[in-house]
Design a protein around this ligand. Structure first.
Ligand SMILES: NC(=O)c1ccc[n+]([C@@H]2O[C@H](COP(=O)([O-])OP(=O)(O)OC[C@H]3O[C@@H](n4cnc5c(N)ncnc54)[C@H](OP(=O)(O)O)[C@@H]3O)[C@@H](O)[C@H]2O)c1
Length: 288
């Protein structure tokens, strides 16, 4: 039986999905998070990695508060770069174990108007994007033969607050909500991403991969679909990003090209609206 150590597995949006999917596939799963000890303490981290004897370490821990990161660049760097860098170095010295780490579409900053592939040059516009890029580069550099970096985007799923849930909560309180229409990305279901992660890890894949559901959406389109599926009478009004000022700059177009993943899976990842239905109707996402 394969052994996994999932950092962030007890509390994170993706971490919880990974624990569930890996356990379901027969993996022996342990989690590690800040409630277990100080993850900045190298001795503690080394001890836990050695004890776990994991075939695969999945790191879902990240500073994911995109706007807060602008005010806390040092702290964001510690979590988004220093921690994955340390994990890669420690696993290299231990001499075994694959490290699966997660990146973000926010490493892209522009408005290319076409889906972005692993070979496209990143150009992050925010502290979050810059620190996440530094983290993925550190992992691939320190552990080139035993690391897998999956860049993903716009996650929704059970277990923790996410954009879809925020929208549906707002619809219960208001008749009209305003949502940005001029930022486009790749909405992705955590349980799908967890399944692709497991399959890639089981096959011993390494390197940089884009991993998202297929199709693209603006935040407004994603909100409209969720509101319609939930049967809410709330009206969703499209607004430009300029009318919703946020501290961090977001890419206008960060849709991910996942052809490499599709080739590995032997099929295109299912479209996000189909995954959203599963989340809302099978996982009770509409009731959150
Ligand atoms: N969410 C998205 O839309 C999205 C999009 C693209 C990429 N990603 C990437 O996907 C991965 C998973 O994201 P997610 O949405 O699952 O994240 P999440 O739900 O925000 O979970 C983050 C995890 O990191 C832990 N964490 C945060 N700060 C920490 C600290 N200072 N010390 C120790 N642990 C800390 C959290 O622990 P606590 O529960 O204790 O806070 C939690 O377990 C990340 O690499 C993220 O950058 C996410």
């Amino acid at each position: 039986m394969a052994k996994a150590l999932v950092l962030g597995g007890a509390t994170g949006l993706l971490g919880q999905a990974l624990v569930r999917v890996l356990s379901h596939r027969g993996w022996q799963v342990e989690t590690l998070g800040r409630c277990d000890g100080n993850l900045q303490d190298m001795n503690f981290l080394q001890q836990r990695l050695e004890q776990a004897e994991a075939d695969v370490v999945f790191n879902t821990i990240a500073w994911t508060q995109v706007d807060d990161a602008e005010d806390h660049p040092e702290e964001a760097l510690l979590i988004n770069r220093t921690l994955p860098d340390a994990l890669a170095r420690l696993l290299r010295s231990i001499g075994s174990g694959l490290l699966v780490h997660y990146g973000t579409d926010f490493v892209f900053g522009g408005n290319s108007g076409r889906a972005l592939a692993e070979t496209d040059t990143p150009c992050p516009a925010s502290v979050y994007g810059k620190t996440k890029l530094a983290g993925e580069q550190a992992v691939l550099h320190e552990l080139p033969d035993r690391s897998l970096v999956l860049r993903t985007a716009w996650l929704f799923g059970p277990g923790r607050r996410n954009f879809v849930q925020t929208i549906l909560d707002a619809c219960r309180r208001r008749d009209v909500i305003s949502v940005v229409h001029d930022q486009n990305g790749s909405p992705t279901y955590t349980l799908d991403l967890a399944l692709w992660s497991a399959r890639l890890a089981e096959a011993g894949q390494t390197g940089l991969w884009h991993a998202a559901n297929s199709g693209r959406a603006s935040w407004c389109e994603l909100a409209c679909e969720a509101v319609a599926l939930a049967g809410s009478p709330c009206r969703v009004e499209p607004i430009p990003g300029s009318a919703w000022p946020q501290k961090a700059r977001r890419p206008a177009f960060s849709v991910l090209n996942c052809d490499k993943l599709a080739q590995f899976l032997g099929e295109t990842p299912r479209p996000w609206p189909q995954a959203l239905r599963d989340y809302l109707f099978r996982e009770g996402g509409a009731q959150c």
